[in-house]
Design a protein around this ligand. Structure first.
Ligand code: SAH
Ligand code: SF4
Length: 346
C-alpha cells in the first residue's frame, strides 16, 4: 500500500517526502511546498496541487496517496448542525458532524466504522463493529469538514471531539497518529481536542503518558456498578473503581479537568439518589458533568428524562458541589445527535 500522506506523523512526512524529492533531484523546499498543499487544505488531491509541476504530481501519485473523502450524503439540521456521511474506499461508511455555535465550530469525528462495545442506548452500538479506521481516514474527516466549514460559514473548525462513531481508545495506535497530525500538522491546539471514551482503562493510562493536554471525556451514565453494567457491558471489564483510579492519575499528571458525560434516561438512571452517589464518586476529582437527555434511538423504547427530572438531577449534583451543565441536543432532526450516528440518510 502506498503511504497515505494524511496518515503520516509530521516527522515521518518530512523524512519520506524528503527522500522522494531527493531521488528526483528536486530542491529541498519542495517538501515544504507539498506540506503546505496537504495541510492548508487548498488541494484535495495531487491533481489540485497546481503549485507543483505536472510530472511531479504524477510521480507523487505513484508513490503516495492523498485521497479525498467523498460525501455519500450531507444532511443539514434546522439548528445549523451538518452531518456528513463519508464513503470509504472499501464501501464502508462513517459520519462526522459539524456543530456551529457563536464562539466555536466543533467537529465531531469518527474513530471506527461501527463500534464493538454495545452500549444499549447507542445506535452505533446496536449497529456493531465494522472495522478500524486508518489514521488518514480520521484526519481526512477533519480536512474535508474544514474545507466545507470555510466554504459554508467562512470560518475554520475551532474544536475537534472524538465523539462520533466508535471508541477512540479501542483504535489507539491510529488515534495517536491522528492526534499528532491534527496537532502538529494542522496546528490545532491540544486543548481544542477532546477524546471521549467509554472508559477503557489501558487507553486512558496510555493517553496520560502523552505530554499534550488533550481533553478527556468519559461516558459514565451511572455511578452504580449493577446499573452501569446493564447499560454498558464495558463496566464488567473495567469496573468503576479501576476506571476512577486511572482518571485520578490522568487528572493529576495532565492537570486538566475530566468531563463526565451522563445520558439521562427516563426512569432508568435519573433518580436523585443516583445524583448523590455520583457526587460521592467524583468527590476530590477535578471534573465537571455534562447531562445529556437521551436522544431517542429506534432499538430501545427508552425516553429522555423530562425537563423537571433533568433539572432535579442537575440541582442535586450542584448542591453537592459538582459543576454541572445540561447539554442541549443538537441535530436530532437529522439523526446527528450523540448516540444517533448510524447509517441513515438522516
Ligand atoms: N465511544 C465513545 C465516543 C462516542 S459516543 C464514548 O462512548 O464515549 C459520544 C457520546 O454520546 C458518549 O458520551 C455516549 O455515551 C453518548 N451517547 C450514546 N448514545 C446516546 C444517546 N442515545 N443519547 C444521548 N447520548 C448518547
Ligand atoms: Fe460505542 Fe460509545 Fe456507542 Fe458505547 S456509546 S456503543 S462506546 S460509540
Amino acid at each position: 500500500m502506498k503511504d497515505e500522506l494524511l496518515g503520516l506523523r509530521p516527522d515521518d512526512f518530512s523524512r519520506r517526502v524528503r527522500a522522494f524529492m531527493e531521488r528526483r533531484g528536486e530542491p529541498a523546499w519542495r517538501v515544504d511546498q507539498l506540506r503546505d498543499c496537504v495541510f492548508n487544505g487548498k488541494a484535495r488531491c495531487f491533481e489540485e496541487a497546481t503549485t507543483l509541476s505536472t510530472p511531479l504530481r504524477a510521480d507523487l501519485a505513484q508513490h503516495f496517496s492523498l485521497t479525498p473523502l467523498e460525501p455519500d450524503h450531507v444532511a443539514r439540521s434546522a439548528d445549523g448542525t451538518v452531518k456528513h456521511l463519508w464513503g470509504l474506499a472499501d464501501g464502508e461508511q462513517i459520519e462526522s458532524v459539524l456543530i456551529p455555535t457563536s464562539g466555536r465550530l466543533t467537529l465531531c469525528l469518527s474513530s471506527q466504522a461501527g463500534c464493538a462495545l454495545g452500549c444499549l442506548f447507542c445506535a452505533t452500538g446496536h449497529f456493531g463493529f465494522r472495522r478500524q479506521l486508518r489514521p488518514a481516514e480520521i484526519v481526512a474527516q477533519y480536512r474535508e469538514a474544514s474545507r466545507f466549514a470555510q466554504a459554508e460559514w467562512g470560518r475554520p473548525v475551532s474544536h475537534v471531539v472524538y465523539m462520533g462513531m466508535g471508541e477512540p481508545l479501542a483504535n489507539l495506535s491510529a488515534v495517536h497518529t491522528s492526534l499528532d497530525v491534527l496537532h502538529q500538522g494542522f496546528g490545532l491546539g491540544s486543548r481544542r481536542i477532546t477524546l471521549s471514551t467509554v472508559g477503557l482503562v489501558p487507553g486512558i493510562r496510555e493517553l496520560a503518558r502523552r505530554p499534550e493536554q488533550f481533553g478527556l471525556a468519559v461516558s459514565l451514565h451511572s455511578p452504580d456498578h449493577e446499573l452501569r453494567a446493564r447499560l454498558m457491558p464495558v463496566e464488567k471489564r473495567y469496573p468503576l473503581p479501576a476506571l476512577f483510579e486511572a482518571l485520578r492519575e490522568y487528572a493529576r499528571v495532565r492537570g486538566r479537568r475530566i468531563t463526565f458525560e451522563y445520558t439521562l434516561i427516563d426512569g432508568v438512571n435519573d433518580h436523585p439518589e443516583l445524583a448523590r452517589q455520583l457526587a460521592d464518586l467524583v468527590r476530590g476529582l477535578s471534573c465537571f458533568v455534562n447531562l445529556i437527555p437521551l436522544n431517542p434511538i429506534p432499538f430501545v423504547d427508552w425516553q429522555p428524562s423530562p425537563p423537571h427530572r433533568v433539572a432535579a438531577f442537575a440541582g442535586t449534583l450542584r448542591k453537592h458541589g459538582v459543576e454541572t451543565a445540561v447539554r442541549t441536543p443538537r441535530g436530532r432532526d437529522i439523526a446527528a445527535a450523540c448516540g444517533q450516528l448510524r447509517l441513515s440518510a438522516g
